[in-house]
Design a binder for this molecule. Structure first.
Ligand SMILES: CC(=O)SCCNC(=O)CCNC(=O)[C@H](O)C(C)(C)COP(=O)(O)OP(=O)(O)OC[C@H]1O[C@@H](n2cnc3c(N)ncnc32)[C@H](O)[C@@H]1OP(=O)(O)O
Length: 473
């Protein structure tokens, strides 16, 4: 073996060194960019150009390292999700693979993290499932309890007046621990992961879980009844001391193709029906999305409007808003909260206090003349004032200790934090008021918050007015 002296380089060595550069490290590709999910209801739709492509909340979360997939060139993943059996199949294509410094992502376990057992390996088996599993949902829900049933006309989705061209929408309630429904839920769970922000699996062995399925029943040309699932809600029953129960909506999802057709409302109304029939204490929702809040506010505001004690409770506050000038900061809303109505709405309609207060805003708004500048200005000031109290604490105006309501998953009504605001305590230990600049920016934030809240209230009020007009017509 020839030894090379230090410092001595052959011309061959120096050529080699020139050729050894720093290879570019694989930047990877985001899962959101290369994965497309299609919701299909027949074998013909699998691979078809016009199949329904749906938008999951965030696929990156299922992949490591900033949601990226490494080692593939021109990677394309098409996931076909059957709305008949809720089985899935992934078509994966790529030009080549190479380890560019970050390895080659093992796709199968990653996709199984989302789809679990419902991800099939065999394309043929998946295609056949549209036939073999055609009655799957129907057979599972056959033992469930029908909570609501509505027959609609195919042409205009209005309650049916003739027998032809009709279908039935039902909401079915089942306990999750029984076997066939537990298996169906395990196929629905990936949908919750895909379409509900921050969704996590639930422990179906806990007997307090139940599921509400909204299904469509239709008789086909051969006279057979086809049943498919359009959405679902999982609900947990909590014990409430000393001897009652509360229902908490954990996940609610209407399949993308069927959203905005009243199925979310039907699920919520069915949960309300059950909570009343079983004399549950109240109903809450776990971290509701903004849109779910909107739908829920519409549903509960409508219910409160037809609740007898509501109108007399509204009258005094509405007449006050019409007459008084409330431009100065006073807590009229807090002072005038209708505690008897809050309690009877909880008792009879199972609307929890936090939810009641959201609807109360909409009910007052609906009772005011939108063209009357004074009452609308008063209303705005009251909402602003209530928000200040909510954010700054129950004890606005006193320095030092403050009491703040903080959200939690279990019960929004009963969590408070007491703290000593730094803005009110100087380094010399003397209590001071916040400086002018802090107060101005705080005020700006409140104005922004109040504008957003007023927009939400107006959205609910307009939907409720439309719904009332169409019911009256
Ligand atoms: C706790 C959690 O799970 S949070 C996550 C919630 N789920 C998701 O985000 C998943 C994706 N989204 C969905 O699945 C659905 O959109 C849901 C479940 C949020 C709502 O279900 P949908 O079927 O889409 O709602 P639905 O058709 O019943 O309501 C639609 C409209 O009718 C209105 N409406 C419903 N009931 C009434 C009523 N009684 N009176 C007046 N209006 C009503 C709603 O306000 C809404 O109005 P809009 O036109 O302003 O949007």
């Amino acid at each position: 073996m020839a030894l090379k002296k230090k410092g001595e380089q052959s011309s061959e060595d120096s050529k080699k060194r020139k050729r050894v550069g720093f290879a570019k490290i694989d930047a990877g590709i985001e899962a959101n960019e290369c994965i497309k999910v299609f919701l299909v209801s027949s074998a013909e739709e699998v691979g078809a150009e016009n199949s329904l492509c749906v938008n999951p909340v965030d696929l990156n979360q299922f992949f490591d390292e900033e949601g990226k997939i490494y080692g593939f060139k021109d990677l394309k993943i098409k996931i076909w999700l059957s709305s008949i059996s809720f089985l899935a199949y992934a078509d994966i294509t790529f030009e080549s693979t190479s380890d560019g410094g970050k390895g080659i992502t093992d796709l199968k376990p990653k996709l199984q993290n989302i789809f679990g057992e419902s991800l099939l390996d065999n394309r043929e088996e998946f295609l056949q499932s549209f036939t073999t599993e055609r009655d799957y949902v129907g057979s599972v829900v056959s033992s469930g309890e029908v909570i609501c049933s509505e027959t609609l006309n195919t042409h205009n989705d209005k309650p049916n007046t003739s027998d032809s061209g009709s279908y039935t929408i039902e909401v079915i309630r089942m306990e999750l621990r029984s076997m066939p429904i537990a298996l169906l839920y395990s196929r629905l769970m990936p949908l919750a992961f895909l379409f509900i922000d921050g969704s996590s699996p639930i422990d179906i062995s806990d007997p307090r879980w139940e599921i509400y399925l909204v299904i469509k029943k239709m008789i086909d040309f051969s006279g057979e009844t086809n049943i498919c699932a359009l959405g679902f809600a999982t609900v947990y029953r909590f014990y409430r001391y000393p001897e009652s129960w509360r229902l908490r909506i954990s996940q609610i999802l209407v399949l993308p193709a069927y959203q905005g057709q009243g199925h979310g409302r039907r699920l919520l109304e069915s949960i309300n029906t059950v909570s009343i029939s079983k004399n549950i204490y109240d109903v809450t929702a776990e971290e509701p999305s903004d849109y779910l809040k909107h739908v829920r506010d519409c549903v509960d505001t409508m219910r409160l409007l037809s609740f007898e004690p509501t109108t007399p409770a509204l009258e005094p506050i509405v007449s006050q808003l019409k007459q008084t000038n409330l431009s100065k900061r006073i807590s009229k809303f807090r002072l005038n909260l209708p505690s008897a109505l809050i309690e009877s709405a909880r008792d009879k309609l199972k609307i929890n206090k936090k939810q009641f207060l959201r609807c109360w805003d909409a009910l007052i708004y609906l009772s005011l003349d939108q063209g009357d500048h004074k009452s609308m200005e008063n209303y705005r000031n009251c909402v602003l004032d209530r928000m200040r109290t909510d954010v700054l604490g129950k004890d606005v105006g006193t320095v030092g200790k403050r009491l703040i309501e903080v959200p939690n998953n279990y019960d929004h009504e009963f969590t408070f934090v007491v703290f000593r605001s730094r803005a009110f305590e100087g380094s010399d230990g003397l209590e001071k008021v916040a400086n002018g600049e802090d107060q101005a920016s705080q005020e700006e934030q409140f104005i922004r918050l109040v504008d957003e809240r007023l927009k939400e209230i107006a959205g609910v009020a307009s939907k409720v007015s439309m719904h009332r007009r169409s019911c009256a017509a």
